[in-house]
Write a protein that binds this ligand. Structure first.
Ligand code: AMP
Ligand code: ZN
Length: 416
């Protein structure tokens, strides 16, 4: 297939503060786009395409790109960034992109676009961090929950996930309950280039979705309820799914990742104080990991039509803060965790009341384990002996109990 590059100068300039967001959204603009690079101001947008940039393609893409830029930039105002913590100058001991090495040692195996197997090194590191989040949850007396990987489409629609994040939804379906359809699939169904091919009409409409986050399940379970006077604190770990199209690369941006959250439901003060205290606890753990990071105000990646107003709302009330870890090989940062307030959005949408009759407020902290582990390896490398003391000791303790500390003699990197 011919790869071509197309430059488009949109009618409206891309403001600096929207470069990252518009770049991420370009992946969803057209199936011909394989990657995009956005420059601020009048310089324009460079698109890599999986085919020729003929006249029809150019016109189609120009129109779509202009629509995207206008929808996101028209009337947008620059959010006021507030930095709550800044430890970006913490010394790090590694500077390379670790992915090649991780693939070679099969510490990371790519199963498909955006989903990976993690080996013992990364798993032990995640175990160290996950234990710390559980410790923090226990200090709050958080109640444990277990949530399914699937989530109800009816619920997601009710809390406006369909309209706010349609681009990242993951649909679940199955063969229709029809013997002929099932027999035909068992005979002819095949997988080619990572895609399942089945006869037209083999699947029904999706009747489940893959859950994009953890705390939604708790809010769903609280629908039509009145909270105890003292509010509710819960914790759970879960698989999360966000389809990130061509932005999915390495462990930085996954389709399937895991996260532990601590979730607060109650009055505004209860939620606010809980999040503050949780941030204090996490600061100690991130310090023990010698992680270079900052905590900065942020907005969620709403889809284009909803982006401006929703992001402005989140930003005006400072509802979201991200823990952004340094990736030294890129000279950039990536969000490894977040502190979120939703005010009474879920309380109102799901009729969750406080004991005094007011709608409940909600908030959560969540850390994505794969990203956190990736950022840590980017900063401190693969050798647990040269890691900071606490994760290094955890690795040693775990690995001493393993049946073997030798790795198999691997052949070429597998691909399915
Ligand atoms: P959010 O709910 O968007 O604030 O995300 C919470 C955390 O989940 C982030 O800070 C990341 O650690 C993780 N996360 C979110 N999206 C992804 C993704 N596509 N791939 C890997 N981790 C992610
Ligand atoms: Zn949450």
């Amino acid at each position: 297939m011919t790869e071509t590059v197309l430059s488009i100068v949109p009618d409206m300039e891309v403001p600096d503060f929207l470069v990252r967001e518009i770049q991420a959204k370009l992946a969803y603009v057209d199936e011909a786009i394989t990657s995009a690079r956005v420059s601020p101001g009048v310089e324009g947008i460079e698109l890599s395409l999986n085919g020729p940039a003929d006249k029809t393609t150019t016109e189609r893409l120009s129109a779509k790109v202009n629509h995207l830029v206008e929808a996101m930039a028209d009337g947008a105002f620059e959010p006021r960034l507030s930095v709550l913590e800044d430890y970006l100058d913490r010394p790090t001991s590694f500077a390379a992109d670790p992915m090649d090495e991780l693939y070679k040692s099969r510490e990371v195996v790519r199963e498909g676009s955006g989903y990976y197997i993690l080996g013992p090194l990364l798993s032990a590191l995640i175990d160290f961090f996950a234990e710390r989040v559980v410790d923090a949850a226990n200090q709050f007396g958080a109640k444990p929950y277990r949530f399914p990987a699937l989530i109800s489409p009816g619920y997601l629609e009710r809390v406006k996930y369909f309209s706010n994040f349609p681009h990242s939804l993951s649909f679940v379906t199955h063969l229709r309950e029809d013997m002929e359809v099932i027999e035909k699939f068992s005979e002819d169904g095949c997988c080619k280039d990572g895609l399942v091919h089945a006869a037209d009409g083999s699947y029904g409409d999706p009747d489940a979705m893959l859950s994009p986050t953890v705390c939604h399940h708790l809010y769903m379970s609280l629908t039509d309820s009145v909270l105890p006077e003292e509010g509710l604190i819960a914790t759970a770990e879960g698989n999360c799914f966000r389809y990130e199209s061509t932005n999915m690369a390495s462990l930085e941006r996954l389709w399937n990742f895991t996260m532990r959250e601590i979730i607060f439901v109650g009055s505004a003060d209860f939620v606010g104080e809980g999040l503050e205290k949780a941030r204090d606890m996490m600061r100690q753990t991130l310090d023990d990991m010698a992680l270079a990071y900052k905590v900065e105000s942020a907005t969620d990646p709403f889809f284009i039509g909803n982006y401006r107003d929703q992001a402005a709302y989140q930003s005006a009330f400072e509802l979201k803060h991200e823990v952004r870890a340094l990736l030294p090989f890129k000279g950039d940062t990536i969000a490894v965790g977040s502190y979120n307030r939703h005010k009474d959005f879920f309380g109102r949408s799901l009729n969750i009341k406080q004991a005094d009759g007011e709608f409940a407020e909600t908030g959560c902290i969540g850390f994505g384990f794969e990203r956190l582990a990736f950022a840590f390896i980017c900063q401190h490398g693969f050798d647990p002996n040269s890691w900071p003391d606490a994760p290094s000791a955890h690795y040693r303790r775990l690995s001493e109990g393993w049946h073997s500390n030798n790795a198999p003699d691997y052949g070429d990197v597998p691909s399915f």
